[in-house]
Design a protein around this ligand. Structure first.
Ligand code: 26W
Length: 824
């Protein structure tokens, strides 16, 4: 690693001088008069320039290491979503320049937080999947792996959510004006992608050939976002493709006066990367989404092959020097697209191409929900990508022969595992067949993949299946989001934990140290005050920081069971109304959740939360004891304020449905205590902290299966539990003047086959029991604070650094090209 002094940007007077030059020359202002927006712009462009210079220096180094050893590979992480959030503070932290920049700001009387808040979130993702990808880029870079992320440069990110009369309304997220400063256009690396066209196959000398005429060609123009790491000179990049029409507009039409037609070609090409699909875990089988997937895949594959040839001049060692990771099934077309390039552009035979492709590609599954497993209509695929469809047919044909020899006579099984079946292309099966490794994202989830979702594949190729439990970029979620806690950790265990998360465990030794317990409590309270002030400023009414902050923040989905939480809040409300002198600590329930715009039922649940909040918060009989807050437009930057202030972390999905969860890890590492089911990574959180430091309730995944098998009778549970019955019944009258009988009906009366497939009522009683125990534990401040300390300490294993090392060792088979000297 270079010494600090070698970098001119670390010199405060150089830094200041560069900022001043930009202010004067570009923004025509100066330090005295600069607004926070000016300062954001000036500092961000400077940091981007610094990263560009570092990248240039790193390029030579990484390439020479790649060439000189057979132990390292280049990793390509392909994902439709990267939920990056803000970059400035993260980059300053990673480069060790945060204090210097903030000193300059203080000198001009500018609050650093005000400056950071100038930056729009890069919201190029929906939730879990995209935020994980962003955390992984940080871990890859910090540890010195040679990695590139590929995604799309959506002009509009995830919609902005507004709550109007309790109802979610979506507004476009126009992030580019403020976000563009981090995007570095690379015109010269533009690739062409073909759609549609007339496709004909024919045989010649025993070989299948084809012609493709008149395709619609779209250009994919790359925009690079530099990824910094902590304590390293390595800089990786995230390459975002933007779609552009290949020709300019239709000159004939233009000359004949048909201006609309003239612009059509441009418009329809540019539509491809106009907006992120706002669906998470629910199907959105739109033609445009398939176009997005192929644009991203084709441009990325062409780029990867070109890089390989530049460096090695051959494709023979491709799989030895390249790992391509497909993050969920959305980029699964990588498999046929690479086959196409190898065969059509480089004349490789099928067997050799398949050998290379399937040894290069690996696949992570992020969901078991059947409706979220992508399937595309075959005719759509065939007309949009005729050559790719031809290759898919051949993959399918060869796979079926193999599968028949493994499961002789079992055509049902073979059909079930095949790529093409029932006029559909099944992306999950394609991903498994085309990969050498497949992993789930928590121990439980990976087991469910083997037992259930991909059981037959597991029987056929058990060695393919493995687990990598998710992790988080804790430098962002702890060190940057919660600087007070980070500095307490520095004092107690030294600062080595900032690069080596396993050191965090040392903090557990302080579990019984009364002084540290009190510090932890004080820090939590400060963070609660900050969050409370933020809520007050944004929405007008600040919650009481002495109430207990109970948080459920994640996408709104039935399986996550926000409804279970709501039912219990209603029962609390009713209990206080019934006994106004009830002895209890005030409770604040905080929600953050966006629903897919087309997911009507989820939107009703959002309305229920908001209407319940209106009623409770304006009822003087309860409002000093109970409060419900809905954080509008929940996002990465709001999460950064929320996680440090969370005391109780609600992770209450139906067991077996949440693949991992990562919010659970962010709350844990900030000292929040989990109340949850044995689902996803909660299982491993319990393993890490022990049963005394977590509140577990409800059915296990096995019990869920048995229960569904026996038949779930929600009405019986409802009529036998008066507390639950009263809560459910209150939905009829409703809240804030709106009836929610439809939700009551959903919980009780089977409209289709069964009531509420996620069985909220089944776990209600045990959920209340767990909450009562939690409330008692909270009153014993020493016990609670020591629980908090153990949660912080044992969150060490949920760092993205550890996840990435697992991927590198078990899946990609690669090592860092520039090991971080401060890391274990
Ligand atoms: C078909 C549309 C669609 C879009 C996005 C289907 C599925 C997705 C994502 C794969 C859903 C997702 O984000 N899953 C979440 O992934 C996280 C990271 O691994 C896990 O922590 C969450 O448990 C999982 O729900």
């Amino acid at each position: 690693m270079e010494k600090k002094a070698a970098n001119k940007y670390n010199d405060p007077s150089y830094f200041r001088g560069q900022v001043e030059t930009y202010l004067t020359n570009i923004l025509h202002t100066d330090l005295k008069n600069a607004t926070p927006a000016n300062m954001y712009q000036a500092i961000a462009q400077l940091i981007n320039r610094e990263l560009g210079e570092m990248r240039l220096a790193y390029n030579d180094k990484r390439k020479s290491v790649q060439k000189s050893t057979d132990k390292t590979k280049k990793v390509y992480y392909i994902c439709m979503e990267f939920l990056m959030g803000q970059s400035l503070k993260n980059n300053l932290y990673n480069l060790g320049q945060q204090a210097m920049a903030e000193d300059l700001l203080r000198e001009i009387h500018m609050d650093p937080q005000v400056l950071y808040d100038q930056e729009p979130d890069a919201g190029l993702g929906n939730g879990g999947l995209g935020r994980l990808a962003a955390c992984f880029m940080d871990a890859l870079t910090t540890q010195g792996y040679d990695a590139t992320g590929y995604s799309l440069c959506y002009e509009y990110g995830l919609f902005r959510q507004k709550i109007v009369d309790g109802w979610q309304v979506e507004f476009p997220d126009n992030w580019l004006p403020g976000g563009r400063v981090w995007l570095n256009p690379r015109e010269e690396d533009t690739f062409e992608v073909n759609f549609y066209g007339d496709y004909h196959e024919y045989w010649e000398n025993g070989q299948l050939k084809y012609t493709l005429t008149d395709p619609q060609t779209v250009e994919a123009v790359p925009y690079d976002l530099f990824i910094s790491g902590s304590g390293t000179t390595a800089v990786n990049k995230l390459r975002l493709w933007s779609a552009r029409s290949s020709g300019s507009f239709d000159m004939n039409a233009f000359n004949s006066g048909d201006f609309t037609k003239a612009a059509q070609r441009t418009n329809s090409a540019e539509m491809i990367t106009k907006v992120l699909y706002p669906a998470d875990n629910i199907p959105e089988g739109k033609e445009l989404r398939l176009k997005q997937q192929y644009l991203m895949v084709s441009a990325s594959c062409q780029n990867i092959v070109r890089d390989q040839l530049h460096l090695y001049g051959t494709l023979d060692n491709f799989h030895k020097k390249t790992a391509i990771h497909i993050n969920d099934t959305h980029p699964a077309l990588v498999v046929p697209e690479l086959m196409r390039i190898f065969m059509d552009d480089y004349g490789m035979g099928w067997e050799k191409a398949w050998e290379i492709v399937s040894n290069t590609v690996s696949y992570t599954n992020h969901t078991v929900l059947a409706e979220a497993l992508e399937k595309w209509n075959s005719s759509l695929v065939q007309s949009m990508m005729p050559r790719i469809y031809g290759i898919l047919q051949e993959i399918d044909r060869r796979f079926r022969i193999q599968a028949f020899s493994r499961f002789p006579g079992d055509s049902g099984k073979v059909d079930y595992m095949a790529v093409l079946q029932d006029r559909e292309v099944r992306m999950a099966n394609l991903s498994v067949i085309g990969s050498h490794k497949v992993n789930g994202v928590s121990k439980l989830h990976s087991q469910i993949l083997k037992d259930d979702v991909f059981h037959d594949f597991y029987l056929a190729t058990p060695e393919k299946f493995t687990n990598v439990t998710n992790g988080i970029a804790y430098r962002r979620w702890l060190c940057q989001a919660n600087p007070e806690l980070a500095s307490l950790l520095d004092d107690c265990i030294g600062s080595a934990y900032r690069l080596d998360s396993s050191q965090l465990k040392l903090f557990a030794a302080y579990r019984s140290d009364v002084g540290v317990q009190e510090e932890v409590e004080k820090i939590k309270r400060n963070n609660k005050v900050r969050l409370s002030n933020f809520i007050g400023q944004q929405w007008g009414s600040a919650p009481d920081p002495d109430s207990i902050f109970i948080v459920q923040a994640k996408r709104l989905h039935e399986y996550k069971r926000q409804l279970l939480n709501v039912l219990r809040i209603i029962s609390r409300y009713q209990a206080i109304k019934a006994d106004p002198n009830i002895d209890m600590r005030p409770e604040t329930y905080i929600f953050g959740a966006k629903a897919a715009p087309s997911y009507y039922h989820a939107k009703f649940i959002i309305q229920l939360i908001n209407k319940l909040a209106d009623e409770i918060n304006s009822d003087p009989a309860v409002s000093d004891k109970l409060r419900v807050v809905f954080l509008e437009n929940y996002s990465v930057s709001i999460a950064e304020k929320l996680m440090p202030a969370t005391e109780v972390s609600e992770q209450i999905s139906l067991a077996g449905k949440e693949a991992s969860g990562t919010g659970n890890m962010k709350m844990m590492i900030n000292g929040g205590i989990t109340i949850g089911t044995l689902d996803g990574a909660n299982v491993e959180i319990r393993e890490a902290v022990g049963p005394d430091n977590i509140f577990i309730f409800g059915m296990t995944a096995d019990e869920v299966r048995d229960c569904l098998h026996r038949g779930y009778d929600s009405s019986k549970i409802y009529s036998s539990d008066p507390v639950l019955k009263a809560a459910v019944d209150s939905l009829d009258r409703g809240f804030g003047g709106v009836s929610f009988s439809n939700i009551k009906e959903y919980l009780l009366k089977p409209t289709y086959s069964i009531a509420d497939p996620y069985m909220c009522l089944m776990d209600f009683k045990d959920y209340c029991r767990a909450h009562d125990e939690l409330a008692a534990a909270y009153e014993d401040r020493q016990r609670w604070n020591s629980m908090s300390i153990e949660n912080i300490a044992y969150a060490d294993r949920f760092s993205a650094d550890r996840s990435i090392r697992n991927y590198a060792d078990m899946i990609w088979d690669t090592r860092p090209v520039l090991p971080n000297p401060s890391m274990k």
